[in-house]
Every structure is written in C-alpha cells, then in structure tokens.
Design a protein around this ligand. Structure first.
Ligand SMILES: *[C@@H]1O[C@H](CO)[C@@H](O)[C@H](O)[C@H]1NC(C)=O
Ligand SMILES: *[C@@H]1O[C@H](CO)[C@@H](O)[C@H](O)[C@H]1NC(C)=O
Ligand SMILES: *[C@@H]1O[C@H](CO)[C@@H](O)[C@H](O)[C@H]1NC(C)=O
Ligand SMILES: *[C@@H]1O[C@H](CO)[C@@H](O)[C@H](O)[C@H]1NC(C)=O
Ligand SMILES: [Cu+2]
Length: 249
C-alpha cells in the first residue's frame, strides 16, 4: 500500500493518508516554522517538496536513523538553537499541508512515538555533532487503549523536558514508527532539533542507547504481529515499549 503510493504522481496523493515529517518544534506554546530549529532532510525527486521530504526510513541499520534522511552534515545552516526551560512542555509538530488546498498531514502510521536527548560533546559546536553519541529517552507515547495508538490522528507529539535535565545544548530527537506486522517493513519518521536546556539540573540521565542499530527487525515491538501471522494484534494494549526505559528526571 505504501509502496504503491510512491508510484503515484504527488498531486494525486491524499495528504492525510500519506507520509509525514516532523519539521516544526513547539516551544513556549508556539509552533516554529519548518526547519527553524529542526535539521532539514533530503527529498526524493518530486513535488511538492515537503511531501518529497516526508518519505520514511525502512532500514534499521541506516545511519540516517540518527537524525533523519541525510540530515548530517547539517543542510540548513540557518538552523537556530531553541532555548527551552527544563520542566516545560514542548513538542514535535508535523509540517503544514504539502501544497495549496491540501489538508494538514496527521500522524497516520500505527505505532509508538519516542523522544530522546543527546548532550553535545564537550568543546563541540552543535553544527558538528552527528548524533552518534549516547541518547536517553524522555518520552514515550504507546497505545491509548486496546484499539488506538495515542498519537494516531494527531499533528504533534507533545512531552515534558524533565525538570532536572542537566543544562546545556542537546540534540532533541523524535522517532515515530509504523510497527509493521510484516517483518522488515517498519517505517521510521525521525527528526532532530537543536535545543539549549536551561534550569538548575541536578539529575543523572540514563539508561542510554545509540542509533542506528538500536533495534532488530525481529524484535516484537518492531515486528508487531499475531503469532504465526502477518496481522496486527487485534488488541494492541499488550504492546511493550522498546528499550530503554524513560528517564523520569
Ligand atoms: C500540543 O501543544 C500545542 C501547543 O501548546 C497545543 O496547541 C496542542 O493542542 C497540543 N496537542 C495535544 C495533543 O495536546
Ligand atoms: C541497510 O543499511 C546498511 C547500512 O547502510 C546496509 O549495509 C544494508 O545493505 C542495508 N540493507 C538493505 C536491505 O538495504
Ligand atoms: C521560551 O521562553 C523562555 C523564557 O521566557 C525564553 O528564555 C526562551 O528564549 C523561549 N524560547 C523560544 C524558542 O522562544
Ligand atoms: C480508544 O481511544 C480512542 C482515542 O482516544 C477513542 O476514540 C476510542 O473510542 C477508544 N476505544 C476504546 C475501545 O476505548
Ligand atoms: Cu507512510
């Protein structure tokens, strides 16, 4: 179905039921412009350009799982670093409609969303950080109930920066993925923002994980299926969050 959509001229694509990209950061209850604070990504050939940027990553070993499709070296030198107060609510918002008259994309793929932080290595400029270091998880959005994922149909994933996060510059990374019932067909929507977290700190983040290769195609929370079939479980509430645990701050 998704591969079939790729074959259609972009003009025929229904905006709400195609792919999507988290290109806008929400800080201080304000939605930024596209790639103001988020690393820009490469586009497939085609129009509209934002739709061409919205295609997913399929391969769990792809280095692009760090921050998005060819997001490093940083493609948008005008990217800004958002100052964020520890303890505040922020969010990753999808792009606007792909073209005039199109409808607002929504989080359409059934699966969880997770948000991570990776502290900028000492002495490095954030423009030079590729995201190969340690990340800790600060937010998870799984099933809302037995039939519906909590992010399904939303236009953003909102979450709280833990109040005791040590101050400093970080890559703030979202991954939202289609936990496919067909092995090897998971779809990954990944973006990274540049943030400067301010606050009194005091916490000790962890546990850590690195990207890519954080997961395997056969993991039950990546290949989410009824035993012995290629079907999604009828009851999704048994879905288990991928490791590691969320750092609570
Ligand atoms: C996410 O935050 C934005 C900005 O504060 C808000 O408008 C939106 O309603 C929030 N979304 C959800 C699902 O809470
Ligand atoms: C997945 O990506 C890795 C690393 O780039 C590459 O070696 C491998 O061939 C890719 N696998 C597929 C199926 O494309
Ligand atoms: C959010 O508000 C704080 C406190 O007023 C401010 O220091 C910070 O620059 C604001 N961040 C953005 C991205 O607007
Ligand atoms: C599950 O949650 C969704 C979204 O909140 C809601 O629309 C739906 O009615 C709920 N379904 C059940 C079985 O509770
Ligand atoms: Cu898609």
């Amino acid at each position: 179905m998704k591969l079939f959509l790729f074959a259609l001229p972009a003009a025929l694509l229904p905006g709400a039921s195609a792919h999507y990209i988290f290109s806008r950061l929400i800080v201080n209850n304000t939605v930024s412009t596209d790639f103001q604070y988020i690393r820009d990504v490469s586009a497939l050939d085609g129009n509209p350009p934002m739709f061409a940027k919205a295609f997913p990553i399929y391969n769990l070993s792809n280095p692009d799982l760090k921050c998005g499709k060819s997001a490093f070296p940083v493609r948008n030198p005008s990217i800004e670093t958002a100052t964020v107060l520890a303890g505040d609510d922020v969010g990753f918002h999808l792009s606007g409609p792909y073209s005039e008259g199109d409808i607002q994309p929504e989080i359409f793929h059934e699966g969880p969303g997770q948000v991570f932080l990776s502290k900028l290595p000492v002495g490095m400029d954030i423009m030079d950080y590729d995201g190969s270091g340690d990340f800790f998880k600060i937010a998870y959005a799984g099933p809302a109930n037995s039939t519906t994922w909590s992010l399904y149909g939303q236009t953003s994933m909102n979450f709280t920066i833990p109040a005791t996060t040590p101050p400093g510059k970080y890559l703030l990374r979202i991954e939202q993925f289609f936990a496919s019932s067909n092995k090897g067909q998971s779809q990954w929507y990944v973006s990274c923002a540049h943030v400067d977290i301010v606050g009194s700190g005091g916490g000790t983040p962890g546990p850590f994980i690195r990207f890519p290769n954080a997961y395997k195609d056969e993991d039950p929370n990546i290949w989410f299926h009824e035993e012995g079939t290629n079907r999604f479980p009828k009851d999704i509430s048994g879905y288990l969050m991928p490791k590691p645990d969320v750092w609570q701050g």
